[in-house]
Design a protein around this ligand. Structure first.
Ligand code: FES
Ligand SMILES: [Fe+2]
Length: 321
C-alpha cells in the first residue's frame, strides 16, 4: 500500500543525523559533480513559458538572452539587446519566426538581414536550454545539453518552479547532495530518512524516505540522486509510489563569473508519473494539480535557498579572511 500509517514522531536525537552527514562525504560528492561538464548548456526557463508570438528575455551569466520560437516551433536564442539602438528584446512580437523590436520594428531572426539566432538553444519539452555558459576546459561544446532520463511526457505530469538566491550554482548542488537535512529542515515534508550507504557512492546517493501527508500518514519511497552535469542534480524515485518520477534541479547563474555577490536561479522540474488510477485522474486535472505541486516545491525551496545562500556566505567570508 503506497500510503502508510506512519505517525510523525518528534525528531529522533538518538539517530545522530549530523554524524551521518559528514562534511567530507558531501564535499567529495560535490567535487565529483563539479567535474561533470555542462558543455556550456544552462537551463533558462520552462518550455511552457514561451509561446509562439512573443519573446522571452532572460539574464544568464551576466548576459541578456532573448528567446523565441521559429515558425516550426523550435527554440531560437540571441543577444538580448537590439543591434539598432539597444532596446531590450523582451516581450516583442514574433511573426513567422522573426522578432520585431518594440522600439522601431527591426526584424531579427534566423535568416534576417542581421542574423540573430546566435546562441545554440534546445527545448527538451519541459525546459528551455541555451548554450551561453562557459564551456569547460578540455571539452567541446555539444549540439544539445546532457539530459537526464525522464518518464514519457504522455504518461507524466510536469511542473516547473524557479526561485533566485544570493549564491553560486555549486551551493544549490551542495544543498541537494546533503539529503540528511531533509527530515530536520523540512519536517513538514519528510521523515524516516535513511541513506543507504551500501548502495551509495560519490556519484550516486540512494536513500529511503517518507513523504509526509500531514502528521499521521506518509508515503515511503526509495530515491536516487545523480548529477548529469555540474549545474544539475536529479532525484529519481526508484521504489514505492511514483516509481520512475524525476525531480530535476538546475542551477543557472544570473551574474557573470567572478561577480560578487553572486546570484543564481534554481529551476526545478518535477516530472511525476504513477501507474495508479488516482494519478490518471490527476492528469485529467493537470492545471489544478500543477498549482499544488508548485506550492509544495516552493515551500521546500524557500528553506533550501536559505541553506544555499548560507553556504555561499560562509565561503565568501572565509575567502576574505
Ligand atoms: S532599438 Fe530596436 S529597432 Fe531600434
Ligand atoms: Fe532540502
Amino acid at each position: 500500500m503506497p500510503v502508510r500509517y506512519l505517525p510523525q514522531t518528534t525528531p529522533d536525537h538518538l539517530r545522530g543525523t549530523w554524524r551521518e552527514a559528514r562534511p567530507a562525504r558531501i564535499a567529495a560528492a560535490l567535487a565529483d559533480a563539479l567535474q561533470r561538464p555542462t558543455h556550456g548548456w544552462l537551463v533558462v526557463a520552462a518550455s511552457s513559458e514561451l509561446g509562439s508570438d512573443r519573446t522571452l528575455l532572460r539574464t544568464v551569466a551576466g548576459r541578456e538572452v532573448v528567446l523565441w520560437r521559429d515558425s516550426d516551433g523550435s527554440l531560437l536564442a540571441g543577444r538580448g539587446a537590439c543591434p539598432h539602438l539597444g532596446a531590450r528584446l523582451a516581450d516583442c512580437l514574433v511573426v513567422e519566426g522573426t522578432v520585431l523590436c518594440r522600439w522601431h520594428g527591426m526584424q531579427l531572426g534566423r535568416d534576417t538581414a542581421t542574423p540573430w539566432a546566435t546562441y545554440a538553444a534546445f527545448d527538451d519539452g519541459v525546459l528551455l536550454w541555451v548554450r551561453v555558459g562557459e564551456v569547460e576546459e578540455g571539452v567541446e561544446p555539444t549540439d544539445r545539453p546532457v539530459l537526464a532520463a525522464r518518464p514519457r511526457i504522455e504518461e507524466s505530469l510536469a511542473s516547473v518552479i524557479s526561485l533566485a538566491a544570493d549564491c553560486e550554482p555549486r551551493d544549490i548542488v551542495q544543498n541537494r547532495l546533503d539529503p540528511w537535512h531533509g527530515a530536520w529542515l523540512h519536517p513538514y515534508a519528510f521523515s524516516d530518512l535513511a541513506v543507504d550507504d551500501d548502495a551509495s557512492s560519490n556519484d550516486r546517493l540512494v536513500l529511503d524516505v517518507a513523504y509526509r501527508l500531514g502528521r499521521t500518514f506518509a508515503v515511503p519511497v526509495r530515491a536516487e540522486f545523480t548529477c548529469p552535469d555540474s549545474h544539475t542534480i536529479v532525484m529519481t524515485i526508484t521504489g514505492g509510489e511514483g516509481t520512475g518520477s524525476v525531480v530535476e534541479t538546475h542551477a543557472t547563474p544570473l551574474t557573470a563569473p567572478g561577480t560578487h555577490p553572486a546570484r543564481t536561479v534554481m529551476t526545478e522540474a518535477v516530472v511525476a508519473t504513477s501507474d495508479r488510477m488516482g494519478f490518471r485522474v490527476a492528469r485529467g486535472m493537470a492545471p489544478l494539480v500543477r498549482v499544488g505541486m508548485r506550492a509544495s516545491a516552493t515551500q521546500l525551496w524557500a528553506d533550501d535557498l536559505v541553506y544555499a545562500a548560507r553556504l555561499y556566505e560562509l565561503r565568501r567570508s572565509a575567502a576574505e579572511r
